[in-house]
Write a protein of this length. Structure first.
Length: 478
């Protein structure tokens, strides 16, 4: 690689979900191994890399704004090269390059391992080099002075990329472990299959090896992620499903908590439920996006589940996993949603009492079946319905939090301030997306400690607590 320079400082911006974060961490690890210096200060960077999200219109707008800011820095002489990676590249390459002039290289989700070449090739000298084109790419030049960007973009791989040797962006004590890539569910509103392709799973032995590496790097909480984690193992001829994987991870010394995210209701089997209940390191927490509850809406979304089946599943999970925290995500204003169907959803939320819930106004994605449906709901109505659902959930969340007063629980400490106030989470609080537990008199604690606390009240969604014992060892005693 004689056309590369290694005396390069890189600023990296990671946008989007936890799955995108894992990609960012892997790319950062590759850049560090290649000898790049990494910085959080874009004003000090030779190259700025933006790993984008392309899932919703709002996320695409955010990504374009960040890219435009980076390009403006390059034009002002603050940096010499801008590289854009991730879902937005995979989905809208041509539109992106039309909208934003000055991008020097683009890297699709299947070309993550090309990030070093995309960053380093001739960025300093401006001299021509070998083409960076991959698959469908058409780029031919290697200089930020040239108009045509380097393109690293190919079709979907029949396997999931491995995630060893990541430079993690999360605090040392918690992390995400991707177990699969892509999705086979074909929900009518979702662009994931067009971006990430069909579902492919990492072999269990690879996942266990990655988990051990993460533990050796200080992680005590591991959240399992994928577009559809509950379908894990369906493609394996020799068997092995999510339940088997949970039991295998549960046997790894050093893991304190294992958290399950992004399960799909139609494939949330009895075996998975039993594994959560049986495994002492698997927290009693289920993140299960439901999207709606009305049968007609569920059919229009192609969710392949009914209200009755959903309610039976929730009851089963709550019965067989005592004390389980259930998180869900809903869509408000899906095409054709009537006032009565929306009110049915509101009543369901009020009566079910989810421990945590997110709501998204329906985002019209033109290349999806739902985007071509008639009876699109006006934006103001979608926003009103979103606000209504969140107000109802706020009432539920505050009531549940009030019921936690005087309860003793174990928390994982995420941060301790100079004032001695610690911020942590109990088993029902996932990092980044849920509320937290604020621990007074926590000066003796440190990030990564497990501690027993007593809940003393709440501050809005967050719980307040005080320690009841000395910090616990992080090594599997949570």
């Amino acid at each position: 690689m004689s056309d590369l320079t290694r005396e390069t400082t890189v600023a990296f911006v990671s946008l989007g979900c936890a799955k995108n974060l894992v990609d960012s961490e892997k790319m950062l690890g590759q850049l560090a191994e290649a000898g790049c210096s990494l910085t959080n200060d874009e004003t000090d960077a030779d190259v700025i890399v933006i790993n984008t999200c392309g899932f919703l219109d709002a996320s695409r707008r955010e990504a374009v704004e960040v890219i435009e800011e980076a390009v403006a820095r390059k034009k002002s002489g603050s940096c010499s090269r801008v590289v854009v990676a991730g879902c937005l590249v995979q989905r809208d390459r041509e539109q992106l390059l039309d909208d934003v002039k000055g991008i020097d290289a683009i890297v699709g989700v299947n070309n993550r391992d090309d990030v070093v070449r995309a960053v380093l090739t001739n960025h300093a000298t401006g001299s021509p080099g070998k083409t960076g084109t991959r698959g469908k790419g058409k780029g031919h030049r290697k200089s930020s002075r040239h108009k045509s960007p380097d393109v690293y973009l190919s079709d979907y791989h029949p396997f999931v990329q491995l995630d060893f040797a990541r430079l993690r962006l999360t605090p040392r004590h918690y992390t995400y472990l991707r177990i699969s890539e892509g999705c086979n569910q074909k929900c009518t509103f979702c662009t994931i299959p067009s971006i990430r392709g069909a579902m492919h799973c990492k072999p269990p032995q690879v996942i266990l090896a990655e988990a051990r590496e993460l533990v050796s790097d200080g992680a005590v909480e591991i959240s399992l992620i994928g577009q559809d984690t509950s379908s894990y193992g369906e493609e394996f001829d020799s068997g092995g499903d999510l339940a088997d994987l949970l039991r295998g991870l549960n046997a790894i010394d050093g893991i304190g908590w294992i958290r399950l995210m992004y399960v799909y209701p139609t494939v949330m089997t009895d075996r998975i439920i039993d594994a959560i209940a049986d495994c002492d390191r698997v927290v009693n927490y289920v993140d299960m996006p439901l999207q709606h509850i009305n049968d007609r809406m569920l059919k229009a979304m192609h969710r392949r589940v009914t209200r009755s089946e959903t309610e039976s599943l929730i009851k089963k999970i709550s019965t067989r996993i005592p004390g389980v925290a259930l998180r869900t995500t809903l869509i408000a204003g899906f095409p054709g949603e009537t006032d009565a169907e929306f009110e049915e959803l509101v009543t369901f939320v009020r009566e079910t009492e989810f421990d945590a819930m997110g709501v998204f106004p329906y985002s019209l994605e033109p290349d999806t079946p739902a985007g071509r449906m008639k009876e699109q709901i006006p934006d103001d109505i979608k926003e009103d319905r979103t606000d209504t659902l969140m107000r109802v959930q706020q009432e539920v969340a505050f009531r549940l939090a009030d019921g936690m007063r005087d309860r003793r629980m174990r928390v994982l400490i995420d941060h301790v301030g100079d004032d001695g106030i610690a911020v942590g989470r109990h088993q029902g609080q996932a990092p980044s997306v849920d509320s937290v537990t604020i621990v007074a008199e926590g000066a003796a604690l440190k990030a990564g400690d497990f501690a027993d606390v007593r809940c003393t009240g709440r501050r809005d969604y967050d719980l307040l607590a005080t320690p009841t014992s000395v910090p616990l060892s992080v090594m599997g005693q949570a």
